[in-house]
Design a binder for this molecule. Structure first.
Ligand SMILES: [Zn+2]
Length: 95
C-alpha cells in the first residue's frame, strides 16, 4: 500500500511572503497584508530583482498579485466567499 501525505494550506494561513534573491541567500519577509514596496535590488548583493522591467512586463503582474493577495485575505476574513482557497503541497521527502 502506498500512502501519500499532502500539506494543504489556506490563503488565510499564509504568515509571510518571502522574497529570496536568486544570486545570494538574502531573504526579505513581508506580511501578506502589508506588502507595500518590493525592493528593486537585493540588499545582500545588489542583484537586480526586477529583471524584466525594461519591457514593462515584470512589475505589473507582481504588484497585481500582492494587491490581490491582500484583498482576498481581507474578503476571506469577512466571510465574503462560500468556499476556501487552499494550496496543496507534497510533504517534504525524508532527508
Ligand atoms: Zn542577493
Amino acid at each position: 500500500m502506498t500512502i501519500e501525505r499532502r500539506i494543504v494550506v489556506g490563503l488565510e494561513d499564509v504568515t509571510y511572503i518571502i522574497f529570496q534573491c536568486e544570486k545570494c541567500p538574502f531573504r526579505m519577509s513581508m506580511s501578506p497584508d502589508e506588502i507595500r514596496q518590493i525592493p528593486e535590488n537585493c540588499s545582500g548583493c545588489g542583484h537586480n530583482w526586477i529583471v524584466g522591467e525594461q519591457e514593462g512586463s515584470a512589475l505589473p503582474p507582481l504588484k497585481a498579485f500582492t494587491k490581490s493577495l491582500e484583498k482576498l485575505r481581507l474578503l476571506i476574513r469577512h466571510k465574503s466567499f462560500g468556499f476556501k482557497i487552499l494550496f496543496e503541497f507534497e510533504e517534504p521527502k525524508d532527508r
